[in-house]
Design a protein around this ligand. Sequence first.
Ligand SMILES: *Cc1c(COP(=O)(O)O)cnc(C)c1O
Length: 488
Amino acid sequence: MDQQQQSAMFGDMDPEAFRRYGYKMVDWIADYLANGKEYPVLSQVEPGEIRGALPARPPQEPETMEAIMADVDRVLMPGITHWNAPGFLAYFANTGSGPGILGEMLASGLNVNAMLWRTSPAATELEQVTLDWLRQALGLPEPLFGVINDTASSSTLYALAAAREALSDLEIRQKGLAGRADVPRLRVYASQEAHSATDKAAMTLGIGQEGVCKVATDDELRMDAAQLEQAILRDLEEGWRPCAVVATVGTTSTGSIDPVAQIADICEKYGLWLHVDAAYGGSAAVDPQMRRVLDGCERADSLVVNPHKWLFTPMDCSVLYTRKPEILKAAFSLVPEYLRSAQNQDEEVPNLMDYGTSLGRRFRSLKLWMIMRYFGQEGLAARIREHCRLAQWLARQITATPGFELMAPVHFSLVCFRAHPHGIDDEQQLDKLNEGIINRINASGRFFLSHTRVNDRYTIRVAIGNIRTMEHDIHALWDTIQGQPSQS
Ligand SMILES: *Cc1c(COP(=O)(O)O)cnc(C)c1O
């Protein structure tokens, strides 16, 4: 125990020690971000290895920050998969950008709980202002109410809760769903390519997995709007109560874009809530040249976009927009006496706890505000455009090279392809071959790729989205894919 710790059996780390360790921590992070290539992108540890290297019992005596940080380096770092590395191209790559990391640091320094307006007016008002900036940057018309959640999964859950609340005659908020003969089974529609967040929301909301109708897709993996309408008509005939449609702009598997405008027509015709899942693809619209990807989304009742995916914001930050905040609030607002403020305050300003299940809320808008100011819309757009350019470059190599084929159109920065050597047409053999390519690349440590299945074929995904991924990384990846040692 050092002297400071001894003399401080009560109270926190003293301010001078905090300053010292804080500077060291910033140095550590700056070195880490600068030297990303020293580590294999995908952690190479075995299951249980990290746990086994840590004591099973809690420390009884105080320990020094030096000892703690030494274990970060020695024990934890081998078990880190490096999402901030330029070679991270799996799932959807994301980024802890400099201003975003500093914003997180300040948020934890302030340690604000933004549950009510008065529990930090700046947190609530900055969230409203920042999300209105983002709305404008995305080219979406006002009025549009925005609120930040942890993830797109939460945002989608809340959006579908609002859709359920919009069926006000069923009084589900009050009476629940179970044991009621007077409530028809509810149906939510999403394409076969939609994210599992919709299924999870249905499971949570009492709609059930059977309540999610998976609409077939066309040959470009987009929801088939004619099939959607047929499914709704069939359900109406069979006594289901259609509730909502989830359209996706940028599916997780291949980045396909559902025909939102056509789907909006159908939603209007049958009185259904339209939720757009643009968790990944929505960010592209900050580039005016890409704005058309959100065509039709101005008619959505709700839309989710994740700055923690492709807007250079560290985990976590998901934005839920809705044109019907009063319905979202009706689904969730419940104010016990101990949370009541002066009446006029509650009417003048939103209390953001009213728009979801959580009471406590992190000050997430701080990092997004810093990012939007530090890069500016032009800076954000330039980075997104570059990622899309790199994806198009890779797609051109794949198309031009015998033995490889593109598996889906490239709308954003996600490239889906497979090796398909001349003379090999057995699907199982091709699956194995491509799985082998991914395993070989991931074991090399320089890159991390993940896969999907497109039309039931094993497909390699290259998801470019990290701010540190540069042209030479993608060139080196293409060399590696072709079996050549990478140049850099
Ligand atoms: C990643 C993703 C999600 C889930 O995002 P979380 O924030 O991790 O919950 C939902 N939908 C789409 C289209 C996604 O790509």
